[in-house]
Design a protein around this ligand. Sequence first.
Ligand SMILES: [Zn+2]
Length: 480
Amino acid sequence: MASQFKWPVYIIGISGGSWSVIEPLIASGRIPNIERLICNGASGTVESIRVKGDKHFRPQTAWPTIASGLRPERHGVTRFFDDARDIKANMIWDVFQEQGAKVGLFGWPITWPPKPIDGFMVPSHLARDSQTWPSELSFIKMLDREGQSAERNSGNQSQGSTKQNRLKIVKSLLKTGLRPSSAMRIATTAARAIVTGDVEKRAILLRHAKLELNSDIFLSLVKQYQTDFSAFTTFLVDLISHRYWRYRDPDLFPNTDEESVIHFHDAIDKAYEHVDRIVGRVVAAAPGKSIIAIVSEHGMSAEPISAEIGKSRYIIQGDKVLEIVGLSSTIIACPVARWIAFRFQPNRDTQSNLAAKLGRILVKDTLLPLFQVHLHQDDEVIAKFNLHSDNEFYAKNGIDNLTLTYNDREFPISYIAKPLGSQRSAMHDAQALMILTGPGISAGKKIFDASILDFMPTILHAAGISVPSGLDGKVLDIFD
Ligand SMILES: [Zn+2]
C-alpha cells in the first residue's frame, strides 16, 4: 500500500513525567535533550484523565486514551486489570498501519495480548506472560520477568553466576538478529543487575538496567524493522518517584532518616537524567524530518500521608495463595504490579470456584475478606489486597502481623505476602506533560487548555493523516 503519512513518528512515553521535576532540572542544565525538544517544539501541561468515581489517575486507562483520543468509557479500558482484549477503539498505530506504516511498539501499556502487525510489539510490565509480536522477541519479556523476580526475591541470591546468565541472554539476543556487539553490551547490563546486593540500591539499579536494556533493544529493533511509527514507554520515573520522593523533599516527611536522604535525595533526578539520555539516542536515530513527541499519562506529586498501610509495600505470593485454597495444579499465578492475575484455560466453573475460595480467606481480627476479587474475561480471576487505611483496625495496627483464616486453617500474612521496599511517598496527579516537535510544529509554542485526549489527533494531523471524526480529543493549535 502507498504511504499516506508524511513523516515518521517517534514517541517516548515517560510514565509519571512531571514539569515540577523537569523545570528545575532544565534550569541546572541536567536534561539537555529534553530541553532541546522543548525549544524546538510545542510543549505544556496537559490534563490527565480518570474513570468517573475513581480516586486515582491510572496508567491503565490513561495510555489507551493517549493512543485513541477517547475517554476510557469509549476505548473500553476502565479497570486496572483490563487488557488489550477489552479495547473497543482504533489505536493511533492502527491508523498508521492502515496508511501503510510499519509499527514498532515497546512497553506501551495495555498492548497485551499482542496482535500480529507489520513490525514489532513488546507489551508493558502489565502483561500476564512473555508473549510478543513476533514471538522470537519473547525473550525480552522473559528477561523482564527475571528482573522482576530478582527484585521480588531480594535477599536470596539469584541462581547462576553473572557469566552464565550473560551467556544465556546473549544467545537469545543473537537469535533476533541483533549485532553481537549490542547483544554483548545489553547482556552484561542485564546479568550484572540480577545479582547485585543491598535491597533498595539493587531495586534502583535493576530499574535503570531495565531502561538501558529495553531502550537498546528498542533502538536496534527500530533499525532492523525500519519502522515508521515507533513508540517506547518507560516506567522508571513513575516507579522511582513513588518510592523516593520522600528523600527529595524530606521536609514533607518528618520521620525520614538522614542516612537515606544522603543516599537517595538524587534518585528521582537521576531517573530523569537517564530518560533524557534515551531521548537523545532516539533523536539521534530519527531521520531529520521526523515527528518526535514526549508524553506522560499523569504527573506525580508528594503524598505526605500515604494511603498505603504499614511501613512497607507488600507483594502477594500467588503460588502460596493457590496452595492455601487447594488449587495449585491447574491455575497459574501471574504477579502484575501489586496484584495477582490467576489464569487458567477459559472456564466459567473454575472462575467462579476460585473467586469464591479467594473470597473466603479472611483477616481473623476484622473478619473481612483479605482480597478484593474480580472476574476478568473467562480465563482470569484478579486478586488485590483489601487492606485500607480507612479501616480503623488496619490503620492502628498495621498489617505486618495479621493472622488470616481459610476454613479451619490459621496462618500469618507473612505466609502469602512479602514486604518489599519502602512505602510510597508520591502519587499520580492530573498534570501530565506533552512535548511535540516536527515539520510544521511551531518552535517554542506553549500548549494551553489541553488534555492527553488531544495527543492522538494532534500527532495524526502533524503526520498529514486526516483525523477521524467523533474523537473526544482535538487537534492542538501548535502549527505554523
Ligand atoms: Zn505509578
